[in-house]
Design a protein around this ligand. Structure first.
Ligand SMILES: Cn1cc(C(=O)NCCN2CCCC2)ccc1=O
Length: 116
């Protein structure tokens, strides 16, 4: 029987696409609340209220460390950042507004990637 050549998943292209979006988000002027884990010494209630903290540096480590099997797994963690932000912050606050802006930016980049 001829050996059935299993095609490699598009994981490399997906990885590159996710990395590019992450690069762009880190450079966005409204990314400052999301670059590092929320400081639970500065915000003592955060750990109690937010069950699954997430931030861009953690996503960077997971992406570079091969923790994401698909680009969609990556997007789940990105959206977690913004959902956590809405839970903990008023919409009309500096961090709350930054979260809405960054979510809109991500959604736009994500749509482009998924239409390409
Ligand atoms: C995501 N998130 C972030 C904050 C926050 O204040 N991050 C900025 C932390 N400083 C920025 C420069 C030095 C440290 C508060 C609540 C929240 O949900």
């Amino acid at each position: 029987n001829e050996k059935k050549e299993k095609s490699k998943p598009l994981i490399n292209k997906e990885f590159a696409a996710a990395r590019t979006i992450l690069d762009e988000m880190e450079l966005h002027e409204d990314s400052w609340p999301f670059l590092l884990p929320v400081d639970t010494k500065q915000f003592p209630t955060y750990k109690k209220v937010i069950k699954k903290p997430m931030d861009l540096s953690t996503i960077r480590s997971k992406l570079e460390g091969g923790s994401y099997k698909t680009k969609d797994d990556f997007s789940v963690d990105v959206r977690l950042i913004f959902d956590n932000c809405e839970t903990f912050n008023e919409d009309e606050s500096p961090v709350g507004r930054a979260g809405h802006n960054m979510r809109a930016y991500f959604d736009s980049q994500w749509a482009d990637l998924n239409s390409s």
